[in-house]
Ligand binder design. Structure first.
Ligand SMILES: *Cc1c(COP(=O)(O)O)cnc(C)c1O
Length: 370
């Protein structure tokens, strides 16, 4: 019987995630599965918490990977910190800001949104004005908006939120491990991310960090956390303390992979990793220009790891993507929402962000566009 898995090609992953996985992380995934309460596994868990704090730029005690993808991280933050009727402000300039609005609304929060054009950053002045109108319990923004390739000014927004009583929540699913993420310096109380973007680990875990203020809010809730699986008041008892209490079975091998992926990043050095992403991005932009391809986002707001490229007039974007995949084994992403059909999304995330990969894409692109 033919086995589908044996027929999978090696694809150069240049979409919005997953990204290419380094060999050391694949090796870590295939280590023997041990018990999730085994003291040796608990040691691995403790190591992961320390490595995550370094990459996230925080000293927060509560810094753990949640079982599930980036969206599970999003849901964890909202479900633990938002109660029915809470006033919440979400800054929206793409799909993931919209998703946060959806999640907060389902929890019965009183959600206000401040919307900005897709492809443009959040305007700090508008946020300042909105914060002056009424008090919020929580203000949420996406650092790297993967749907558009825009970087939002989270440090500046953090300064404004700090002057209020609101908790500041930042989505760093796409930015973590690819550009500076400094949770504590930003004055950020709650952060979540995902493994399959710049951490270059397969999808399946969502690093989450809560400040002391966020933990205090969690502890002083009026109502029980309305989701059993993501209830941090219980999950903490498995991830912390001298005696660990079973909540759900940890995805043991995925955690081996995350441990290794974080080590790969820290061994290269955070500054070197960020520089490599920037250089790959610059190489790509320079190489696209002679092909007549332009970027959607203005230079000062561009993300290095997610490049939104305008589809030229008269070109069928889906055909180009299909041919890149079929003929060159390169995956790139399509536009979403109002940008569907109008942009391609080229990911230079984690292990993918290397000059040889950029060159391979440019050559294939030239070939397909001819
Ligand atoms: C990918 C992504 C998510 C969702 O992560 P999943 O792993 O797909 O659940 C959330 N926010 C941003 C900014 C993302 O890029």
């Amino acid at each position: 019987m033919t086995h589908l898995l044996d027929q999978l090609p090696e694809v150069l992953l240049m979409g919005p995630g997953p990204s290419c996985v380094p060999p050391a992380v694949y090796r870590a995934l295939s280590r023997p599965t041990i018990g999730h309460m085994d003291p040796r596994f608990i040691s691995v868990m403790d190591e992961i918490k320390g490595l995550l704090r370094q990459v996230m730029g925080t000293t927060n005690e509560l810094t753990i990977p949640v079982s599930g993808t980036g969206s599970a991280g999003m849901e964890t933050c909202f479900v633990n910190l938002v109660e029915r009727g809470d006033p919440v402000l979400v800054l929206v300039n793409g799909v993931f800001g919209q998703r946060m609005t959806d999640v907060a609304t389902r929890l019965g929060a009183e959600v206000d949104t401040l919307e900005f054009a897709w492809g443009k950053p959040v305007l700090v002045e508008a946020v300042q004005e909105k914060l002056g109108e009424k008090p919020y319990n929580l203000v949420a923004v996406v650092h790297a908006e993967t749907s558009t390739g825009v970087c939002n000014p989270v440090a500046e927004i953090g300064q404004l939120v700090r002057q209020t009583d609101a908790l500041f929540l930042v989505d760093t699913v796409t930015s973590l491990g690819g550009m500076p993420v400094t949770m504590d310096q930003w004055g950020c109380d709650v952060m979540y991310s995902g493994t399959q973007k710049c951490l270059s680990c397969p999808p399946g875990l969502a690093p989450v960090s809560f400040s002391a203020r966020a933990v205090q809010k969690l502890r002083s809730r009026r109502s029980k956390v309305p989701n059993w699986y993501l209830d941090l008041t219980m999950i903490i008892q498995y991830w912390d303390g001298a005696k660990r209490v079973y909540h759900h079975t940890a995805p043991v091998n995925m955690l081996y992979a995350l441990d290794q992926a974080l080590r790969v990043i820290l061994e290269e050095g955070l500054d070197q990793v960020y520089a490599r992403h920037r250089q790959a991005h610059e190489r790509l932009v320079e190489g696209l220009a002679p092909l007549g391809l332009e970027m959607l986002v203005a230079p000062e707001s561009r993300l290095p790891m997610l490049n939104a490229v305008c589809v030229p007039e008269g070109v069928d974007e889906a055909t180009v993507r299909r041919r890149l995949l079929e003929e060159h084994n390169i995956e790139m992403g399509a536009g979403l929402g109002p940008l569907a059909g109008r942009i391609w999304r080229i990911g230079l995330m984690g292990h993918t962000a290397r000059p040889e990969n950029v060159d391979r894409l440019l050559e294939a692109f030239q070939n397909v566009l001819k």
